[in-house]
Design a protein around this ligand. Sequence first.
Ligand code: ZN
Length: 59
Amino acid sequence: MTWWKCSNCGYLFEADKPPERCPSCGEVCTFYDVTCYTPECGCQGYDPKLVARLDKRRI
Ligand SMILES: [Zn+2]
Protein backbone atom coordinates (compact mmCIF):
# COMPACT_ATOMS: atom_id res chain seq x y z
CA MET A 1 0.00 0.00 0.00
CA THR A 2 1.03 3.54 -0.69
CA TRP A 3 0.42 6.66 1.38
CA TRP A 4 -0.92 9.68 -0.45
CA LYS A 5 -1.26 13.30 0.47
CA CYS A 6 -3.85 15.54 -1.15
CA SER A 7 -2.31 18.65 -2.69
CA ASN A 8 -5.47 20.60 -1.97
CA CYS A 9 -6.38 19.90 1.67
CA GLY A 10 -3.38 17.93 2.91
CA TYR A 11 -5.40 14.82 3.74
CA LEU A 12 -3.26 11.70 4.27
CA PHE A 13 -4.53 8.24 3.39
CA GLU A 14 -3.41 4.79 2.38
CA ALA A 15 -4.45 3.26 -0.96
CA ASP A 16 -3.12 1.13 -3.81
CA LYS A 17 -3.66 3.97 -6.26
CA PRO A 18 -4.66 7.58 -5.75
CA PRO A 19 -8.42 8.04 -6.22
CA GLU A 20 -9.93 10.32 -8.82
CA ARG A 21 -11.33 12.56 -6.12
CA CYS A 22 -9.97 13.25 -2.66
CA PRO A 23 -11.97 11.40 0.03
CA SER A 24 -11.67 14.43 2.29
CA CYS A 25 -12.24 17.57 0.21
CA GLY A 26 -13.99 15.87 -2.75
CA GLU A 27 -11.91 17.75 -5.30
CA VAL A 28 -9.97 16.32 -8.23
CA CYS A 29 -6.49 16.88 -6.82
CA THR A 30 -2.91 15.91 -7.32
CA PHE A 31 -1.82 13.30 -4.81
CA TYR A 32 1.76 13.06 -3.62
CA ASP A 33 3.33 9.76 -2.71
CA VAL A 34 4.54 10.26 0.87
CA THR A 35 5.21 6.60 1.63
CA CYS A 36 8.21 5.96 3.82
CA TYR A 37 10.41 3.36 2.18
CA THR A 38 12.75 3.14 5.14
CA PRO A 39 11.34 0.51 7.53
CA GLU A 40 14.08 1.21 10.09
CA CYS A 41 12.85 4.73 10.76
CA GLY A 42 9.88 3.38 12.73
CA CYS A 43 7.25 5.72 11.30
CA GLN A 44 3.64 4.71 10.71
CA GLY A 45 3.89 4.13 6.95
CA TYR A 46 4.24 7.64 5.64
CA ASP A 47 7.32 9.79 5.90
CA PRO A 48 6.69 12.69 8.31
CA LYS A 49 9.63 14.62 6.87
CA LEU A 50 8.24 14.39 3.37
CA VAL A 51 4.80 15.44 4.60
CA ALA A 52 6.30 18.43 6.43
CA ARG A 53 8.29 19.45 3.38
CA LEU A 54 5.15 19.45 1.24
CA ASP A 55 3.35 21.51 3.89
CA LYS A 56 6.10 24.10 3.91
CA ARG A 57 5.84 24.53 0.16
CA ARG A 58 2.07 24.88 0.53
CA ILE A 59 1.39 22.73 -2.47
ZN1 ZN B 1 -8.24 16.85 -0.41
